[in-house]
Design a protein around this ligand. Structure first.
Ligand SMILES: Nc1ncnc2c1ncn2[C@@H]1O[C@H](COP(=O)(O)OP(=O)(O)OP(=O)(O)O)[C@@H](O)[C@H]1O
Length: 287
């Protein structure tokens, strides 16, 4: 990762950013075993204008683990995820409160003193619908590196190959890297978007229902690649699919009406949740 600018460095040094990975988790996060946090969310609230969409959420996002966000439609899963790459900054009137401290830099990434561009270079995001640029396969994956000023051909070539391999797409595209990305199938396009996000070696990868637009075979390939990435990268994934959360995640956070109801190891959430609301949701009694 490149060093942040002076302004960003000073933001890191500010008292707002004193939380550390080892700091004692609070609220729901207390159930979590001691393990290194990639990000620590503390008392996060968020407003769309006058509407409060998130209330006082605290949880850790553990390093090189897959954390799933589940909950009924409108509970705030996407709103929560989008705080991590400052997507909400694009619209005036939106307001954050609290902290999301990214490690190892120990930067509160929702602090106004930290640039959204810096955050997006450290936190990658993949959306529900595949959205490749209308460029070649190679240029799609190389785009994030170019934004970072990395132009040396050999370095970019290596990063493109590594990322496409990580996204389990290399074997299918290695002989046609200069053909249009939009000629790929939907499932291939989504794996390309994952490769594009991985190319800048993000500390955290956000996935917002990455398989909801895909058929079961393409979905299985994406699930396999996410679980293969587990040893290398930290993943935060929104999913409507309970089976998917149970299959691929290590930890699960259940949200309801903008609040975090329960956060625990995925096995515990699905076999013996402590909240009746969680139990009702995962057994299909509501939502
Ligand atoms: N741009 C916006 N302006 C105002 N309110 C919004 C905006 N986007 C979302 N909301 C509201 O914020 C709440 C949370 O929405 P969000 O999309 O985060 O929920 P979700 O759990 O991701 O839902 P889904 O599973 O249906 O995608 C909802 O009440 C929604 O109507």
């Amino acid at each position: 990762m490149s060093a942040p600018s002076t302004q960003e460095a000073s933001a890191m040094d500010s008292p707002d950013n004193e939380a550390t990975a080892e700091a004692a988790p609070r609220n729901e996060a207390e159930a979590v075993p001691s393990q290194r946090g990639r990000a620590e969310v503390r008392d996060l609230s968020f407003w769309y204008g006058d509407f409060q969409a998130l209330s006082d959420i605290s949880l850790p996002v553990l390093d090189r683990q897959i954390t799933a966000l589940i909950g009924a439609s409108g509970c705030g899963k996407s709103t929560f995820l989008r705080c991590f790459n400052r997507m909400h900054d694009l619209y005036p009137g939106n307001r954050y409160q609290g902290e999301i401290n990214l490690q190892p830099e120990n930067v509160n990434i929702i602090s106004p003193g930290v640039s959204a561009m810096w955050v997006r270079l450290h936190v990658g995001m993949v959306f529900q619908k595949p959205n490749p640029f209308p460029k070649s396969i190679y240029d799609n994956v190389a785009s994030g590196l170019q934004i970072r000023g990395i132009r040396k051909r050999a370095v970019v070539d290596d990063a493109v190959e590594r990322s496409l391999k990580q996204a389990a797409l290399w074997d299918e595209v290695k002989d046609r890297l200069n053909t249009p990305a939009l000629d790929l199938s939907g499932g291939q396009q989504q794996r390309l978007c994952i490769a594009r996000a991985l190319a800048t070696e993000p500390e955290l990868l956000l996935l917002d229902e990455p398989t909801s637009a895909l058929d079961p075979i393409a979905t299985a390939k994406i699930e396999d690649l996410i679980t293969d990435l587990r040893s290398e990268i930290t993943v935060l994934i929104v999913t409507h699919n309970m089976q998917q959360a149970a299959r691929i995640s290590d930890y699960t956070a259940f949200m309801h009406l903008g609040e975090l109801v329960e956060y625990d190891e995925t096995d515990t959430i699905f076999t013996s949740p402590s909240s009746e609301r969680t139990s009702d949701y995962i057994t299909g009694r509501f939502g």
